[in-house]
Ligand binder design. Structure first.
Ligand code: NAD
Ligand code: TYD
Length: 352
């Protein structure tokens, strides 16, 4: 196909905006459609640098609205879908699980149904790529890794909703021959990350001299991947991934939360010209997250072996780049931390 029309859902969010930017720039012959509801997490400021490109179109739509989604597929006749739109924050899923079921489960089924309807004549060259998380595999002890064969064991409403959507995508492959591919990635970090997640929240709080809330004892472990490395993996899997297959994506970069926060405090002290140890004084241990998964760690050897992908950005370098981005994008940060963010912050953290 020489001029494919590619739908990217959730392209105004954190990872989605990096994927949209990469596809718009790398594939000038593709028409890239970014479909996003612009929830609190969606922000067109994330795409300012590419919004006027001739191969880019923004569509404001809600994936839960099945009739509208079908109409859009009929109107534009998309050849491929990269599906990232989701409710993505575990703490919000604990406060409001139903919204996660609506968006992550129903929204995904609506996209699957629309793709199935318009591709019914011929599935040749078509592709539905579903982006998921390592959290569907559950929680690890201090050893071992999640592989593509690890049994699903989601433990938060967020991960349960993502697991449901993964199962549905695979069901459409087996039942309806829909040409699907999936990936499950570890924690991402980088620019345009909404400051409800650990790293950008801590950067914002350190900068404004507010407590850094560390859940429990800070001994939970996450595997961190620089977001542009995730976007590179998504590009490869979209183009080369084998149909019906799942690929794990990880940073091979495990950090205990408390160690990561200390590392971040060092970078912030350096960048803000503060004496060593100043920012670390803001660390505050708070009530743990309910059902807090202990450890996530990904075995991404399948992706490495099949496509030669590997994480390209070392954590120290990625963290410094991320801090520098937040410090030089104050207007963006002010925009996303005003209004509703303050209410969210009070609700989540005041009683902790
Ligand atoms: P995000 O919360 O930053 O962005 C989600 C985007 O989806 C936003 O732009 C939002 O407006 C949009 N959206 C939400 N509900 C919608 C709806 N009903 N209709 C249309 N658009 C809607 O999320 P993210 O961190 O960029 O994650 C993107 C995807 O990657 C998600 O599917 C997530 O599960 C997955 N993922 C995230 C991580 C991570 O570390 N952030 C890791 C692995 C996988
Ligand atoms: P988060 O960024 O929410 O990602 P996820 O829950 O999807 O892994 O959290 C990363 C880790 O940091 C997780 O173990 C929870 C912890 N955490 C805190 O200690 N304090 C916070 O304020 C937040 C948001 C997270």
């Amino acid at each position: 196909m020489s001029n494919p029309k590619i739908l990217i859902t959730g392209g105004a969010g954190f990872i989605g905006s990096h994927v949209v930017r990469r596809f718009v720039r790398n594939y000038p012959n593709y028409s890239i459609y970014n479909l996003d509801k612009l929830t609190y997490a969606g922000n067109l400021m994330n795409l300012k640098d590419i919004e006027d490109e001739p191969n880019y179109t923004f569509i404001k739509a809600d994936i839960v609205d099945d009739a509208h989604i079908l109409e859009l597929f009929q109107e534009h006749q998309f050849d491929g879908v990269v599906h990232l739109a989701a409710e993505s924050h575990v703490d919000r899923s604990i406060s409001n699980p139903t919204e996660f079921i609506r968006t992550n489960v129903l929204g995904t089924v609506n996209l699957l149904n629309a793709a199935k309807a318009i591709w019914a004549g011929s599935m040749e060259g078509k592709r539905f790529y579903h982006i998921s998380t390592d959290e569907v595999y559950g929680s690890l002890g201090d050893t071992g890794f999640f592989t593509e064969e690890t049994k699903y064991d989601p433990r938060s409403p967020y991960s349960a909703s993502k697991a449901s959507s993964d199962h549905l995508v695979r069901a459409y492959f087996h039942t309806f021959d829909l040409p699907v591919v999936l990936s499950n990635c570890s924690n991402n970090y980088g620019s345009f990350h909404f400051p409800e997640k650990l790293i950008p929240l801590a950067i914002h709080n350190i900068k404004t001299n507010k407590p850094i809330p560390v859940y429990g004892k800070g001994d939970n472990i996450r595997d961190w991947l620089f977001v542009e490395d995730h976007a590179a993996a998504i590009d490869l899997i979209f183009h080369k991934g084998r149909l019906g297959e799942t690929y794990n994506i990880g940073g091979e970069n495990e950090w205990k939360n408390i160690d990561l926060i200390h590392k971040l405090c060092e970078v912030m002290d350096d960048r803000l010209g503060r004496a060593a140890g100043t920012s670390a004084q803001l660390i505050t241990f708070v009530k743990d997250r309910a059902g807090h998964d202990h450890r996530y760690a990904i075995d991404c050897s399948k992706l490495k072996a099949e496509f030669g992908w590997k994480p390209s950005v070392q954590f120290e370098e990625g963290l410094a780049k991320t801090v520098d981005w937040y410090l030089s994008n104050q207007v963006w940060l002010d925009g996303v931390t005003s209004g509703d963010y303050q209410k969210y912050y009070e609700l989540q953290y005041e009683k902790r």
